[in-house]
Ligand binder design. Structure first.
Ligand SMILES: C[S@@+](CC[C@H](N)C(=O)[O-])C[C@H]1O[C@@H](n2cnc3c(N)ncnc32)[C@H](O)[C@@H]1O
Length: 243
């Protein structure tokens, strides 16, 4: 058997949102490599006397991934924990891990995404909303156009904003989203919005509820989710005759 990698979604931050299978896999792995925030989420399931834990940063990740891959013996397991769900807004890293380990040696375990928690809190159905992440390194102009289209179509939106240290023109945080929509002819004073920071963290979680126009000039944490709520509820009773 070859070296096996588990890509594990560990939820938005609280261990209460960690699945049993994620805990089981984390416990059995010989190597664990992850960002500080995700390592903290799973710390009570790690045994440093038996498992080799490597902290990843944006700057060292390539070196660490290759180094651990080289050190691993056949039949050994490694876990890389990701915030929320590993299949949402993580592909820049997950795709690289698939390249290093090879698709057949990687298993992805789903987790609860920050997007799902925000959907649950606002009661916005995921299947009727435009869901987008702006938390990417590549170009976001096409997605910005899709955002305008979705809002104009009357869809609800759940989005991850884009923090960017250094070049402020690359940032697309809540305030930037509000100004962008207004500039594109959307009446933001009539649009309902929520912003959640530090979801699932009992001590730090915050919730803002208001109009999109009120977000202009407001600062939110990098760890935040924005929802634009245009949901029109529609129950099965409306479709009764067609059954
Ligand atoms: C690289 S993306 C990862 C998203 C993650 N895979 C998910 O499914 O939630 C990082 C962004 O997710 C959002 N996020 C993750 N955890 C969060 C939390 N606990 N509260 C609010 N936003 C969170 C923030 O927008 C953060 O900047």
């Amino acid at each position: 058997m070859s070296k096996k990698l588990y890509v594990v979604g560990v939820g938005p931050g609280s261990p209460l949102y960690l699945t049993d299978i994620a805990k089981e896999v984390i416990r059995k792995c010989h190597y664990i490599m992850g960002y500080k925030y995700t390592l903290k989420t799973i710390e009570t399931f790690i045994d440093k006397s038996r498992q080799k834990v490597s902290e990843i940063t944006l700057w060292n990740q390539e070196v660490v991934y290759l180094d651990i891959y080289k050190k691993m013996k056949n039949n050994e397991y490694c876990a890389v924990p990701f915030t929320g769900d590993a299949s949402f807004s993580e592909s820049e890293v997950v795709d690289r891990l698939l390249e290093i380990f090879g698709d057949d040696n990687v298993e992805i375990l789903p987790g609860i995404s920050s997007i799902q928690v925000a959907a649950a809190k606002t009661k916005v159905p995921l299947d009727k909303a435009y869901i987008a992440t702006f938390h990417v390194t590549g170009d976001i102009e096409k997605k910005k156009k899709e955002l305008i289209h979705a809002v104009n179509e009357g869809k609800s939106v759940i989005l991850l904003p884009r923090p960017w240290s250094g070049d402020l023109t690359k940032r697309f945080m809540e305030s930037d989203v509000a100004m962008f929509l207004k500039k594109n002819g959307i009446k933001t004073s009539a649009l309902n919005t929520f912003v959640f920071e530090y979801l699932t963290n009992k001590e730090k979680e915050t919730a803002f509820k208001g109009k999109v126009s009120e977000l202009e000039g407001q600062e939110f944490s990098d760890l935040s989710v924005m929802v634009i709520d245009q949901t029109k509820r529609q129950t099965y009773l409306e479709f009764e005759e067609t059954r």
